[in-house]
Write a protein of this length. Structure first.
Length: 289
């Protein structure tokens, strides 16, 4: 697609955006050496009664460089040489080898609070315990660039808790029924993946929760994937640092399954493949306090 056509599409999105623009407050933490940990704040607390049934994203909900496709923000076409026309586009970043990486992602909805302290989590969480937040909806220069981890951008949240802290299952906002156990084993270190059905936009959507870097899963859990339903409060594992030695924390990632996907036949790497599931800002579905 030509630059002119891409610019025209972007212009349409900008015109619909209006004058309003969300502000973000970045805070640096020292837990992950060499990376910038950012936490947003300042959004008003919404009670469950105040939160309307989610609607499909409009152009005003998607950041610069993307356009809405259902409830996901999809990047604009790239230049003929494969590189984004602007390095400030969201949904792209340079990997540690200098190559551009592009991805689809579901940013935080405007009706959801930005402050991580307003949500409930699978582990006890005092104010400030979320030491690294979701940043894939930000330009490359504002995404996490870690020296200890050859990784750019962060599609999850990291919650600081002592080793061995029990990790319990959460029922997500508008969840229908219990969750299903999908996978137990190596992924982000020792990980547990659960599947949740959420009512949104007048229909039902399937979401995955990925609990990573566990010291161990709950006893007997590894023998039961595909045959087990889990309820809120069930212990699924314990906080650790597998595959992140010395960085004891819980990696909590939310992904929306693409329509028609059957998880029982998929290996762990495929579960988090962009063709199978879209990474999502956890604040869209985590329950409020």
């Amino acid at each position: 697609m030509s630059r002119l056509l891409a610019a025209a599409l972007l212009g349409i999105a900008i015109l619909s955006l209006g004058a309003g623009k969300s502000s973000h407050v970045a805070a640096q933490r020292s837990f992950f050496a060499g990376s910038s940990e950012r936490r947003d704040s300042g959004s008003p607390l919404l009670s469950n009664a105040d939160v309307p049934t989610p609607a499909p994203l409009g152009a005003a909900s998607c950041p610069l460089g993307t356009l809405p496709d259902g409830d996901a923000c999809v990047r604009l076409p790239e230049d003929d040489d494969g590189a984004p026309e602007s390095e400030s586009y969201v949904g792209t970043h340079r990997d540690p080898d200098g190559r551009w990486v592009a991805y689809d992602q579901i940013p935080r909805r405007p009706d959801r609070p930005a402050d991580y302290d307003l949500f409930r989590y699978p582990v006890p969480c005092h104010p400030g315990c979320v030491v690294s937040g979701y940043d894939l909806d930000r330009p490359d220069e504002l995404q996490r660039h870690g020296r200890r981890m050859r990784h750019v951008g962060h599609g999850a949240i990291d919650i600081l808790q002592p080793r061995g802290t029990p990790v319990t299952l959460l029922a997500l906002e508008h969840q229908q029924g219990d969750a299903d156990l999908v996978y137990v084993g190596p992924l982000f270190g020792i990980s547990v993946v659960t599947r949740h059905v959420i009512r949104e936009a007048g229909g039902l959507r399937d979401y995955l929760l990925v609990f990573g870097h566990l010291a161990a899963p709950a006893p007997g859990l590894a023998d039961r994937p595909g045959r087990t339903t889990l309820r809120e409060g069930d212990i699924i594992g314990f906080v650790g640092d597998t595959a992140s030695p010395g960085l004891v924390h819980l990696h909590l990632e939310v992904r929306r399954l693409r329509d028609g996907v059957e998880t029982r036949t998929l290996g762990p790497a495929r579960l988090v493949d962009n063709a199978i599931s879209i990474v999502c800002d956890p604040r869209n579905v985590l329950p409020l306090k």
